[in-house]
Write a protein that binds this ligand. Structure first.
Ligand SMILES: *Cc1c(COP(=O)(O)O)cnc(C)c1O
Length: 361
């Protein structure tokens, strides 16, 4: 079966080099030398000021909410991975959904202002599939209404916007380094911020709220990344240029072959951008067409994924009265195709030929 994604494993020797180091110094976790090295390497690679490594991308979101003292409701996108919404709910915050732009698949910025109320404390947009949100417009709205901006940047690793890292926008951006993501540490995540005070506060929170030996002023948690995870990150980072290049090649080949058969996410912009090709979503004409294509591909050993489904405004535990028609519609007919560095040319050709056959039959 050709799966939608496959975790990237660097050559074993690359990883073992770091594991040998761990065995020689006996430092397994708690802000260890490999973690510090990875933070510095990522700062340089991404072009950002503070990288705080944590145990996963979901706790990264929770930590930012807590450090910024968010209350009440948070404006967010219903078209995302469930963690974007569930992390709010688990911290006692209420998601206030704003529907997505039909073409770009990101939160529709033109609808944000009218959704703000006296209990809104922040905006939590998602750079869906690595496609940048309208970050300047979002910041304008936030400034006018005294709101914080946190980006769920789980898909936005390495994306450039106006010649700099997209991750530099907002009060903070969170990343996920889960095994299936473009860059990974097996499990892991990070918080990116230009605010040094916020960065320091979060560093206390990930270590039980401990400030120093004698003071524990904050309600912290345990969100530490360990040295074995940092080792994987360092080994994967050695190959990042290859990973990015292969993804771009695969993405461009899909686009050449499929652009007249299916609808693609609109990634056009007046801004100068460099995307990361983290996913390859295709949008079918209807829910029925999506299901029949998926069945056809499954029968031929290809497993695309319904990503994102379901639309988050339908989560049962929210009992939400908000209905997001664009998000529900797109969720019902989107599939993500296999894209990962090890995908072989013949495998991609198989996927393309099958989809072409499906539409010509
Ligand atoms: C993967 C993902 C997360 C969660 O990250 P984990 O590291 O798996 O906890 C959050 N938001 C989005 C958009 C994601 O894709």
């Amino acid at each position: 079966m050709i799966q939608v994604s496959k975790p990237y494993l660097p050559k074993k020797e690359k990883y073992l080099k770091y594991i040998d180091y761990i065995y020689s110094n006996n430092y397994l976790t708690n802000n260890g030398p490999l973690l510090q090295k990875l933070e510095k390497s990522l700062q340089r690679y991404l072009g950002v000021e503070n990288v705080i490594l944590v145990s996963n991308g979901t706790i990264a979101l929770n930590l930012v909410y807590r450090a910024l003292n968010l209350t009440g409701n948070v404006i967010t996108s219903p078209f995302s991975f469930v963690a974007t919404t569930s992390s709010l709910v688990s911290d006692g915050l209420v998601p206030n959904f704003v529907d997505i732009d039909f073409n770009h698949l990101n939160i529709d910025v033109d609808r944000i202002a009218s959704s703000i109320n006296e209990n809104t404390s922040a905006i939590l947009p998602v750079h869906v599939f690595g496609n940048p949100c309208r970050v300047e417009d979002i910041q304008d709205i936030a400034n006018k209404n005294d709101l914080k901006v946190i980006y769920d940047g789980a898909h936005a690793f390495g994306v450039k916007y106006n010649g700099e890292s997209l991750l530099n926008y907002g009060d903070a951006t969170t990343l996920s380094f889960h095994a299936t993501k473009i860059f990974h540490t097996i499990e892991g995540g990070a918080i990116i911020t230009r605010n040094n005070d916020l960065a320091q506060h979060i560093r206390y929170l990930i270590n039980f709220g401990i400030e120093d030996e004698d003071n524990i002023p904050y309600i912290g948690t345990n969100a530490k990344m360990n040295e074995f995870e940092a080792a994987m990150g360092l080994a994967v980072l050695e190959d990042i240029d290859f990973i990015m290049k292969r993804r771009k090649e695969i993405s461009e080949k899909y686009t050449d072959a499929l652009k007249n058969l299916v609808t693609l996410q609109d990634t056009s912009s007046e801004n100068n951008m460099e995307l990361n090709h983290s996913y390859y979503p295709i949008i079918l004409r209807s829910n029925e067409e999506m299901f029949s294509l998926r069945t056809f591909l499954n029968e031929h050993q290809v497993n695309p994924r319904r990503y994102f489904y379901p639309s988050l405004d339908t989560l049962p535990y929210l009992n939400s009265t908000q209905i997001m028609p664009n998000s529900r519609d797109i969720s019902s007919r989107i599939l993500c195709l296999p894209i990962y560095p090890d995908l072989k040319d013949v495998e991609q050709n198989t996927v393309i030929n099958l989809i072409t056959r499906f539409f010509n039959s």
